[in-house]
Design a protein around this ligand. Structure first.
Ligand code: ADP
Ligand code: MG
Length: 232
């Protein structure tokens, strides 16, 4: 199994106030799948994504990435593991303003101290239609263009899994659909495993699995087609 949780529970503990953000989460993510995590604001989606990505140690339970319990690793090994195996796409793109598109995309191979696979770079850039933007700076791009750059950046080091947290939350509807359609193509073309968090149920048709959270519990986890048949 590519990614798996065992009885994961997350409690934010800030002195007097405790928030149980996730309770007894058991999921496994198969290679090449496109999973949507949906639920209302505050249901625990971002927390789960951060737990899964190796960014936030859960209070209880384990996260296994490629059969390795990532929170049993030292902080530096876990960070290294994350840089290598994970690609991340954010709501606000998080591109480096002082770097060109070309440099922004290559940052993940640079950080990993590996050579960029130039054939793969060209393939991704062509696929995401970024050829004409390579020399530009992020501030000169539209939101949709910036997010396409962020998608390329999340793919360039060939991570085991790509996480996206509300990647369309800052885009208009049409651009949102374009980005998610593109991610579906990326999943199919490169057999890239993707886990995407959204509250927009219109988008889930592009994936093959929908996990629904409510108040930190998984209340539904099924094949997209079945989920759509039953009504979202
Ligand atoms: P979502 O992404 O679905 O909106 P979150 O994972 O951000 O949900 O939040 C889940 C719950 O955890 C919410 O009740 C939220 O207020 C709480 N929460 C999130 N982050 C923190 C934090 N750093 N400290 C305390 N509580 C938090
Ligand atoms: Mg969130």
């Amino acid at each position: 199994m590519l990614l798996k949780t065992n009885n994961l529970t997350m409690i934010y503990d800030q002195g007097k106030e405790k928030v149980q953000a996730l309770t007894n989460i058991d999921i496994d993510i198969a290679k090449g799948s496109f999973t949507f995590i949906v639920g209302k604001s505050g249901s625990g989606k971002t927390t789960l994504l951060h737990n899964l990505a190796g960014l936030l140690p859960p209070t209880k339970g384990a996260v296994l990435m490629d059969n390795q319990s990532i929170y049993d690793l030292s902080d530096s090994k876990r960070a290294k593991n994350r840089r290598k195996n994970v690609g991340f796409i954010f709501q606000f793109f998080n591109l480096f303003p002082e770097l060109t598109v070309n440099e922004n995309i290559r940052i993940m191979t640079k950080i990993n101290k590996i050579k960029t696979d130039e054939a793969y770079f060209n393939e991704i850039v062509g696929f995401l239609e970024l050829d004409d933007l390579l020399k530009k700076y992020p501030s000169t791009l539209s939101g949709g263009q910036q997010q396409r750059v962020a998608v390329a950046r999340a793919l360039i080091h060939k991570p085991m899994i790509v996480f996206a947290d509300e990647p369309t939350g800052n885009l208009d509807q049409e651009t949102s659909y374009d980005i998610v359609e593109l991610l579906e193509k990326v999943q199919k073309e490169f057999n890239q495993t993707i886990v995407l968090v959204t509250h927009d149920l219109d988008l889930v048709k592009h994936g093959n699995r929908v996990i629904t959270l409510r108040d930190g519990f998984i209340i539904n986890d099924e094949d997209t087609k079945k989920k759509i048949q039953k009504g979202l």
